[in-house]
Design a protein around this ligand. Structure first.
Ligand code: CMP
Length: 140
């Protein structure tokens, strides 16, 4: 399995509760290396564009409002099979369905305030990384 990169967001519900370090500890224990990371406040336009694929979904407005309700930490994670590994360690979107020990099972408040986002494919990871980071910010 080749080394791969994925994109991750620690969401406002987690930064608000000062959980960045705890989330990062779970990621690192899962074998993922944080090769870029920054704390930002997304604008409405940035959040709408980032979640553009969901714009017809009933939860889109609330999701954008939530994602701009406080700072987020955007990250690039690297490791063997990083996209799948990160999705495993995040757990299911709905924390009620997430396996014990996953980030969402441990920390998420509900299906919307679910503490983390992770890319669902290598192709989307590349797009999402390029949306938030320039090449010079990525150090292996
Ligand atoms: P994320 O992985 O960031 O991708 C889309 C987000 O929409 C998801 O995590 C949740 O935070 C949010 N969301 C809110 N309601 C739902 C829902 N019913 N189904 C899927 N995602 C939802």
């Amino acid at each position: 399995m080749a080394t791969e990169r994925t994109f991750s967001i620690i969401k406002p519900d987690a930064t608000r509760r000062n959980l960045t370090g705890k989330v990062n500890a779970v990621l690192e224990a899962a074998g993922l290396r944080i090769v870029a990371q920054k704390r930002i406040q997304m604008t409405q336009a940035q959040a709408e564009a980032f979640y553009g694929v969901h714009k017809e979904r009933p939860f889109f407005r609330d999701l954008v409002t939530f994602m701009i309700s406080g700072p987020v930490v955007v990250q690039v994670l690297e490791g063997e099979n990083a996209v799948a590994r990160n999705r495993e360690v995040m757990g299911a979107t709905d924390p009620k369905k997430a396996d014990a020990g996953t980030i969402r099972a441990q920390f998420a408040e509900n299906i919307e305030a679910n503490s983390v986002h992770g890319s669902d494919s290598a192709e989307n990871a590349a797009t999402e990384i390029a949306y938030f980071f320039s090449g010079i910010e990525l150090v292996g």
